[in-house]
Design a protein around this ligand. Structure first.
Ligand code: AMP
Ligand code: MG
Length: 272
């Protein structure tokens, strides 16, 4: 199988970005490759489990995975699949909705900071502080100058996390407008999915181009060596999950984690 090359999808620091030019499907994958994806996912899931256990035991580093994307891009599904085989110990998923009254009276990072990972933890953000440089921009509630200030605050905030031992991986799950149409229709057709349907899904869809522009600007302004953005082709659910898993495994491997030294000499203990 051709290896999934996650580095193809990394957005370089400050480079102009046009999301409409980036694919929502992986570059031509052969049918043989596709057949091998489930086996690769199993290998990655095992490796992720092993590395996460080491992260939890050593408590020297933390990991933050930020998932962003339009409605139905697969943030929930990706979390369900990629983390299916990991012990819930030391793993946490946080979802961010429309800010509540108290949150609105604080700076936009206030509600985020308390949810970031401690050393030893792996945290997944299902939406994040990036909503604050997307929704208000598209709705015309903030001007460009205010948005630039927020990008600046985000860069410093993420730099603080990185300096504190937290590795950050940010994924924009890139779906096409046509794929979203199919997935929204599937939600409307399935009574078990009605709870997920919100009026804002349809309202946001009407502003697709404005969202693509706001995303592109935010991504290019905040991708850095220590806090990179990846634009993940997400029209294929299997490929999306595989790529996120590859990225996480790579990030954890590059931490060169090791198990903590034993606090006692195990040779002193004999089972009777
Ligand atoms: P969902 O994740 O689909 O359950 O929906 C959450 C909704 O909350 C989405 O429509 C988001 O755009 C919205 N949301 C999340 N964070 C913010 C924010 N900071 N400002 C405005 N809307 C937000
Ligand atoms: Mg939604």
């Amino acid at each position: 199988m051709n290896a999934i090359n996650w580095s193809d999808w990394r957005i370089p620091d400050g480079k102009a970005l046009d999301l409409s030019r980036l694919p929502t499907l992986p570059k031509a994958s052969s049918e043989t490759d596709k057949l091998q994806w489930p086996a690769r996912m199993t290998v990655l899931a095992e490796e992720l489990n092993r590395l996460q256990a080491m992260l939890y035991a050593s408590k020297t580093r933390g990991l933050l995975l930020v998932l962003q994307g339009m409605d139905t891009s697969g943030k929930d599904g990706c979390i369900r699949t990629v983390f299916a085989h990991i012990s819930p110990l030391g793993v946490r998923a946080e979802a961010f909705g429309v800010p509540q009254a108290l949150e609105q009276r604080h700076d936009f990072l206030w509600r985020i900071h308390g949810k970031t990972p401690a050393l030893g933890e792996m945290v997944i953000f299902n939406r994040s502080h990036y909503e604050d440089v997307l929704v208000p921009v598209v709705k015309g509630q903030i001007k460009h100058a205010e948005c630039e200030k927020r990008w600046h605050h985000i860069r410093h905030f993420e730099s603080l996390l990185s300096d504190s031992g937290i590795a950050i991986v940010k994924c924009y799950l890139h779906i096409s407008k046509d794929e979203q149409k199919k997935r929204l229709q599937a939600r409307l057709d399935d009574p078990l999915k009605h709870w997920k349907v919100q009026a804002s899904d349809f309202e946001d869809r009407r502003h697709w181009r404005a969202y693509m522009h706001a995303y592109a600007q935010a991504i290019q302004a905040t991708s850095s060596d220590t806090s990179p953005w990846f634009v993940v082709p997400a029209d294929s659910k299997a490929y999306r999950d595989l790529m996120v898993a590859e990225l996480l495994v790579h990030t954890l491997q590059s931490m060169t984690l090791c198990m903590p030294r034993p606090t006692l000499d195990v040779r002193d203990f004999k089972m009777k």
